[in-house]
Design a binder for this molecule. Structure first.
Ligand SMILES: [Mg+2]
Length: 232
């Protein structure tokens, strides 16, 4: 990764890049499987939920409220009309109100990036929930701009860069998702740093990481400031 011209704007993802997210969904889905254990094994429950989420994605979008509707629909499919509702609603409510845990070193890394670059938060999902998490994280002041988008497609990034008035070759995106933070940014001509998290939502898993001269994978967000200092 050798920048042809200096990076001007750094986009940073939120969920599982700055703060923990997927762990709470994984835990909630263990509970979903437990609640449906009389009707199906955990593997079947996970398969039905993933299929339902995929089918509803374009209609519901991302986020906890969509997850809750998808869990209710999956429970109906698996257990029939006798499926409970209240415990699933409660799981969704817990996800929407749970503590926000900033990942180790994230704040220091974003502050360091902010000393040399314009840093923007680019996160997708439910507007209310993402705003809550940003506020609870204490990181809101680290960003020159916050963009909460319904999805992270190449078109979405293109719109954002036009708004920020920065060419793609001077934009670098940092995030944990190959599908959302890396592929679409490479597609429009930008740069991407992949910082994998230890668990990835099934719909965010790429078949294979794309090999490209404008992307790199690092172990930690803390590695990114040095990457931008040395690779100019
Ligand atoms: Mg993420």
């Amino acid at each position: 990764m050798r920048f042809a011209e200096p990076v001007e704007v750094v986009g940073v993802d939120g969920d599982d890049t700055l703060w923990r997210c997927q762990d709470a969904f994984d835990e909630a889905e263990v509970e979903v499987a437990r609640l449906l254990a009389d009707h199906a094994d955990a593997e079947h429950v996970a398969a039905v939920l993933a299929r339902t989420e995929r089918a509803n994605l374009a209609t519901y979008g991302f986020g906890v409220k969509s997850w809750t509707l998808n869990v209710l629909q999956s429970a109906q499919e698996i257990a029939g009309p006798a499926a409970p509702v209240a415990p699933f609603l409660e799981l969704g409510r817990r996800l929407l109100t749970g503590p926000v845990e900033v990942l180790p070193g994230a704040e220091e890394a974003v502050l360091a990036l902010g000393r040399t670059h314009r840093v923007v938060l680019v996160t997708k999902g439910d507007l209310v929930d993402q705003r809550r998490k940003l506020a609870a994280s204490g990181l809101a002041g680290c960003f020159s701009h916050v963009e909460i988008v319904p999805d992270k497609s190449a078109a979405t990034y293109g719109e954002l860069l036009r708004f920020l008035d920065v060419p793609a070759e001077r934009f670098l995106m940092v995030g944990n998702s190959e599908v959302s933070d890396v592929h679409p940014v490479l597609e429009i001509g930008g740069w991407a740093v992949h910082v994998p998290y230890r668990t990835t939502w099934v719909l965010e898993r790429a078949a294979a990481p794309v090999i490209h001269e404008r992307r790199v994978t690092v172990a930690s967000l803390s590695d990114v400031p040095a990457l931008l200092r040395t690779r100019r």
